[in-house]
Write a protein that binds this ligand. Structure first.
Ligand code: GNR
Ligand code: NI
Length: 167
């Protein structure tokens, strides 16, 4: 296993659209293991391969309190979205920034599991938010894209300032 470096907004590589996984081989299994380790180490509830500069449609999520229920979604596709919820979001690629985003309350996602078997999951609440946030990453979007241009500009300057004091 290995920790992977996480890209930081506004890195242009976060805008790449990820391509579907065609076969689940050892490289995909290793990617999933490394993404899980990276997500847990960073105390995140989800991670998309895009964030570690791998542009394949792979997502890991763990919204459990105990941090022991790793979910793996390969080629996830939203097939149903119902209702609306608004919650504070954060992102490992946008450290220290939190803001409200409107999302569907309940979603159904079709995906492949690590055995390549087709699965379908209906989720609501935080898990539903996280699924939508991660699929956004695979499509080259970060949650700040949902905010006003003014907020995006402020976030960019705040992160640039942060990077200067950290360096
Ligand atoms: O760790 C994370 N927390 C979070 C909180 C509210 C809404 C979405 C998220 S996902 C985020 C991890 C991350 O950046 N995934 O891409
Ligand atoms: Ni994110």
């Amino acid at each position: 296993m290995a920790l992977l470096p996480i890209l930081r907004f506004p890195d242009p590589r976060l805008k790449k659209v990820a391509t579907p996984v065609v076969g689940i081989d050892d490289s995909i299994r290793k990617l999933v293991a490394d993404m899980g380790e990276t997500m847990y180490e960073a105390s995140g509830i989800g991670l998309a391969a895009t964030q570690v500069d791998i542009h394949k449609r792979v997502v890991v999520i763990d919204t459990s309190e105990e941090r022991n229920q790793l979910r793996v979604f390969i080629n996830p596709q939203l097939v149903r979205c119902e209702g609306l919820q608004t919650g504070e979001e954060g992102c490992l690629s946008v450290p220290g920034i939190y803001d409200k985003v409107e999302r569907a309350e309940r979603v159904t996602v079709n995906y492949l599991d690590l055995d390549g078997k087709a699965q379908s999951l209906t989720a609501e609440g935080l898990l539903a938010v996280c699924i939508q946030h991660e699929i956004d990453h695979l499509d080259g979007h970060v949650f700040v894209d949902h905010l006003s241009q003014l907020k995006q500009t402020r976030i960019k300057s705040k992160l640039a300032k942060q990077a200067r004091v950290t360096a």
